[in-house]
Ligand binder design. Sequence first.
Ligand SMILES: C[S@@+](CC[C@H](N)C(=O)[O-])C[C@H]1O[C@@H](n2cnc3c(N)ncnc32)[C@H](O)[C@@H]1O
Length: 205
Amino acid sequence: MEEARHWDRSYSAKGEGGVSWFEESPAASIKLIERFGAGPGTSLIDIGGGASRLVDELIERGWHDLAVLDLSRAAIDLARQRLGPASERVDWILTDVMKWQPARRYDIWHDRAAFHFLTEAADRTAYAQRLDEALSPGGHAIIATFAPDGPERCSGLPVMRYSPEALAEIIGAPFVLVDSLRHVHITPAGVRQPFQFSVLRRAAT
Ligand SMILES: C[S@@+](CC[C@H](N)C(=O)[O-])C[C@H]1O[C@@H](n2cnc3c(N)ncnc32)[C@H](O)[C@@H]1O
């Protein structure tokens, strides 16, 4: 699949710390996860999680029901090597999120910088359907994209930029925007990238 090759090439050529989206600590994600009362017993899937250190930080905090979904084998290999034996505590799902058939539901759906690559309406609809199938009643989706004043491209690909309100409208019912924050990511090359992080809640029933 051409898309997977693009991401594999990027991770293989630059390594975990060389890609523009690398962050030493996923502080904004952790802040929002903790703001909603989540704890070690909460289940979480990181969509397009790549080689992110989010799962490392959650494992350190005692979380034990974690999954990472990504279409890049190179990204998942980097994360597994970094984690070593602790990687056995994560369910690694190698697939395209739009083709995924979720086998269960999660309390938290986390996505930093994957959704914003979906520039076609049909792909965004497929993504929202997977979210609908995989998020528990009362669960939260934390979706981070470039903000309206963020870059127009990422990893050489065009992206969509969103305000929290515009993102919530695109994702649609039954998800309601309950919180958001702005975060300026500094790439390893020192470039500023404004992000918005939105929290969407699914009704409990
Ligand atoms: C900009 S990176 C962000 C990675 C990670 N979320 C982070 O914050 O470090 C985008 C990630 O989304 C993955 N990705 C892109 N399109 C995808 C798709 N359709 N299904 C699953 N993963 C995808 C890429 O392989 C890559 O790891």
